[in-house]
Design a protein around this ligand. Sequence first.
Ligand code: NAP
Length: 238
Amino acid sequence: MKTVLITGASRGIGAAAAQLFANRGYRVAVNYHRSRREAEALAGELGGIAVQADVSDAAQVQKMVDNVLEKFCQLDILVCNAGIAQQKLFGDLTDADWRHMFGVNVDGMFYTIRAVLPHFIHNKAGRIITVSSMWGQVGASCEVAYSASKAAVIGLTRALAKELGPSGITVNCVAPGVIATEMNAHLDASALETLREETPLGAIGTPRDAAESICFLASEAAQFITGQVIAPNGGLVI
Ligand code: NAP
């Protein structure tokens, strides 16, 4: 049975991915930061485990990965999904805003990948799936810190794919468009309607839409794909 660790899986896209992986026969480790109740309920329902860590804290991440390896004795897939967003004018961003964004969205990925890598290299196998955003591809006004952090995720993915290919490890990225999760709870109905109208496929994405791309990249069907960005975005960014 293949095993997967998903960061930020207490809700939204991460939870939908956990659900899909479990439905397809994977053992799932559900990482959370604050939403313990939700993560434990989901892990219980899926027959997996819930593992706490703030991904921006290297020591907590190492402890989490050690814990997963101890419980599962193996790890085949890592999904780096945990992320935060913030809307602010560039001129209003504080040092703390910037550091927090990069701490979770970029450092978090670095720490998590670094912690699982010795295991993947030892096995000469492994799948790493990073979660960026369409704003990491084209940039968003009033979301410069978020866009820059998500562009960094794409750069990390491409470079690491080249470095890890010879070790039998693939590294790919999912860059979703607008997905209906708590991350977009600040958008009112008219803003969502405008985004829907601007989307060629005429819909706001569901967490499942993004989760399907994640699961595809972890599947046998994607064995010859590495360093790529898949964009479940309804055509909003082409
Ligand atoms: P969400 O509903 O806000 O969920 C965010 C998840 O990340 C939660 O499980 C949260 O866990 C976790 N998280 C936040 N900070 C964390 C930390 N420091 N350490 C560990 N976990 C942390 O967001 P979502 O929409 O599902 O987003 C998931 C990913 O997709 C993010 O990387 C986001 O940037 C990306 N994305 C989303 C959209 C969209 O439209 N929704 C579009 C493009 C890309 P706790 O609740 O336990 O803190």
